[in-house]
Ligand binder design. Structure first.
Ligand code: BGC
Length: 728
């Protein structure tokens, strides 16, 4: 019998038979901790079996005592879920998830998640509210930082890797954190990129784009999932039966449990869906929510709902049974052990440094300014409000992060550069939003006297993350002015951006020689940057999200539909070039902005290295394929010049004509390939044609005959192409 979909284990059934209704309802409650304090309310709640789990308590002694009370003094001895937002590290912080996604490397994502789990379980935690799998195509949304970017395949694969890393060798292992996939579903499409805002999407789009990463991560072993608190097509996810029951349980056979997001059940009243807490509890429980986070509608109303016959007792047994089943798998019905091994700090720092190295994207490198020629370098100016900010480089969601562990670019460069190089640091601005220009002259002087300037700009950590959305995603404060004044010196400038989102920096990017996008790179961001600047490694990061030219272009993503008026080629009208009095149609009737064209500043998948590489000899095994066939092809990657280089070879497919309109291309596979100097490597790919299926008018996945284009490239904006036919 498959334990994931079969009836509850005998053990859970016996337990359910013994438990009172109050105890059962108690299991469905996830309450907030009190920051190291075991309040009387918490103590009583635990001892009487009226609490199923606690979130936000990370004091090891308090957690230990809570768990002891639950195991030894509560009526059934059921251990507690101990939850925390362990998003991209615990004490040792990896790059933000969006940065990790730029590695395109499931192995490093898994390694960072393993490290977080090893650290967090030391404090007794056993449940992480990660990974976030929301498809994020709007960088105004602050939570884009917490996501793996815009592409469902990339998000799904990296999400699965994070699940494997958090859960390690099994849910009951002492150093394992149960993963919680969030936010199910559609939250990433919040209108105008404004957090908590409504989402509207056709069912086909939900199924085709937003749901697949969740399915993939469930297949990787995730046993808990968080319902989004956003409104999906008029029915908030927390009350959305189609989502939480029909699809999740019915179609996917998910056997774990669903937790609400923070206060999402009473928020059904704020949405205007329910008038009372009782109605809200009824809606959520009936739709498929099993556990309530923070608020207490279940606690206060479920018994009455059962008594009045509105909610079936069986549903409550089902809710508790599902939860206990997962607790059982986590060892919480037994004596779950405390981890024996304390993680090695040096190994942890090495892991997050590697992640930072793989996540930083080189977007521009005129005249091969990078890597730095140390022999010719006498004086380097390091300027910018983020060059030496330990806490800010960690990014959002680092409740337990240790800023004192972070090494900034300034500190790392001081250590890495030979003593012969003079290093002059001027912040120029106190923080990223600083509008005071008082220190800019001093920064300009430093730049003037130096051979070159490293300018570290971007966003402080507080400008991204939950509820930290921006309508204008430019460089805040007086940073553009600082950059322009430095560039006016005529000395070469390397710009490093640390930010929680892609920023619209077209003008700034055009003024500097080199541009490295570091996201919020975590504890070891500085040493990773120093290695790249000095050529100890060649940049490997590739954009997991499209970078717009201007804020007004978003949402902008590579897998867009063609439209009936597709813009083509280099077509780009600039608003200033339109003759005064020009005829109405003179600018062309295609889908573009007069002031931004239609192309992004940098496309999804893009990133440079220090080596020149090239793809050639794309060959299809067969260009006529039956519907149940396999698309097999090979391509060669050639290293032409420069150092050792890792590339991301990306495979896109385009379906020319179908019964619903299709994206202009979709990522279907990728390979990470590390080439030695002068090496040529043949890469083989084999894709079952089922991977080409799409959601049709009937909302079912289908595959149709017709012409497709295979495109293999090193970014989403072009590559080698070959057409093939799928025949009926
Ligand atoms: C967020 C979740 C998070 C939860 C607990 C909510 O506001 O949406 O992602 O896990 O809080 O902190």
């Amino acid at each position: 019998m498959n334990h994931k979909t079969g009836p509850f284990s005998e053990r859970v059934r016996l337990l359910l038979a013994e438990m009172s209704l109050e105890e059962k309802i108690g299991q469905l409650l996830l309450v907030n901790g009190a920051e190291g304090e075991l309040t009387e309310e918490l103590r009583t709640g635990i001892i009487t079996g009226r609490i199923g789990g606690v979130l936000n308590e990370a004091d090891a002694d308090t957690v230990g005592e809570m768990q002891r009370l639950a195991r030894e003094e509560s009526p059934r001895g059921i251990g507690l879920l101990m939850a925390r937002d362990v998003i991209h590290g615990y004490h040792t912080i990896a790059p933000i998830p969006l940065g990790q996604a730029a590695s395109w490397n499931p192995e490093i994502v898994e390694a960072c998640a393993r490290l977080s789990a090893q650290e967090a379980t030391q404090d007794g935690l056993n449940w992480a509210f990660a990974p976030m799998l929301d498809v994020s195509r709007d960088p105004r949304w602050g939570r884009v930082a917490e996501s793996f970017g815009e592409d469902p395949l990339l998000i799904g694969e990296l999400g699965a890797a994070m699940v494997r890393g958090l859960q390690g060798k099994g849910l009951d292992h002492a150093d394992s954190l149960a993963a919680c996939l969030k936010h199910f579903a559609g939250y990433g499409a919040c209108e105008a990129g404004r957090d908590y805002n409504s989402t509207f999407m056709p069912e086909g789009e939900l199924r085709q784009t937003h749901l697949p990463p969740f399915k993939r991560a469930i297949e990787a072993g995730a046993r808990t999932i968080m319902a989004s608190f956003s409104d999906l097509n008029g029915i908030p996810a927390t009350a959305n039966k189609q989502l939480l029951t029909d699809i999740l349980r019915g179609e996917w056979g998910f056997g774990g449990f669903v937790v609400s997001d923070w206060e999402a059940i009473p928020q059904l009243m704020d949405h205007g869906l329910c008038a009372t807490e009782k109605d809200a509890a009824f809606e959520a429980a009936s739709a498929g929510v099993e556990m309530e986070m923070y608020s207490s509608c279940f606690r206060d109303t479920l018994a009455a709902l059962i008594e009045k016959g509105r909610l079936n007792k069986k549903r409550v047994d089902e809710m508790v049974g599902r939860l206990l089943e997962v607790k059982c798998e986590m060892g919480l019905l037994d004596d779950r052990k405390h981890p024996v091994n304390v993680p090695d700090m040096a190994a942890g720092l090495a892991c997050v440094k590697q992640a930072a190295l793989e996540s930083i994207v080189l977007l521009r490198n005129q005249d091969n300014l990078l890597p730095l020629d140390q022999a010719g370098l006498k004086r380097l100016a390091v300027i910018g409000p983020l060059a030496d900010k330990q806490a800010d480089q960690l990014g959002t969601w680092v409740f337990d992060g240790k800023p004192e562990l972070a090494i900034t670019p300034l500190k790392a460069l001081k250590e890495a550069l030979p003593a012969s190089v003079e290093l002059d640091f001027v912040a120029g601005l106190g923080h990223s939003r600083d509008t005071s220009t008082a220190e800019i002259d001093q920064a300009v002087n430093a730049a003037r006297q130096a051979d070159l300037t490293l300018l570290v700009l971007g966003e402080e950590a507080i400008l991204s993350g939950e509820a930290h959305c921006r309508a204008q995603i430019d460089l805040p404060g007086a940073q553009s002015e600082l950059l322009n004044r430095i560039c006016d010196t005529g000395k070469p400038v390397i710009l490093v951006i640390m930010a929680g989102r892609p920023l619209a920096i077209e003008k700034e990017a055009s003024r500097v020689k080199s541009l490295l996008y570091a996201w919020h790179p975590g504890s070891m961001g500085g040493p990773a940057l120093a290695d790249l600047l000095l050529g100890k490694a060649s940049p490997m990061g590739r954009l997991p999200i499209t970078m717009p030219r201007l804020s007004g272009q978003v949402p902008i993503y590579y897998a867009r539909r063609r439209t009936g008026r597709p813009p083509t080629g280099e077509f780009y009208t600039h608003i200033d070039d339109i003759a005064v009095g020009a005829a109405q149609h003179s600018t062309g009737n295609t889908s573009h902005h007069l002031d931004a064209g239609y192309t992004p500043l940098f496309p999804f998948g893009f990133g440079l290295g220090y080596a020149e590489t090239r793809l050639e000899k794309l060959q299809l095994e067969s260009s006529r394929l039956p519907m149940d066939g396999c698309l097999s092809f090979s391509v060669e990657l050639v290293h032409e010049s420069g150092p050792r280089q890792r590339e991301v070879v990306q495979v896109y497919l385009r379906d020319h004509v179908a019964s619903v309109t299709r994206p202009i291309k979709e990522l279907k596979a990728w390979q990470l390939v590390e080439l030695a100097v002068g090496e040529r490597r043949k890469l083989d790919f084999s894709l079952p044609l089922s991977e080409l299926s799409f959601v049709g008018r009937d909302q079912a996945w289908r595959i149709e005959p017709g012409t497709h284009t295979l495109e293999v490239g090193l970014a989403s904006d072009g590559g080698l192409t070959l057409d093939f036919e799928i025949v009926a």
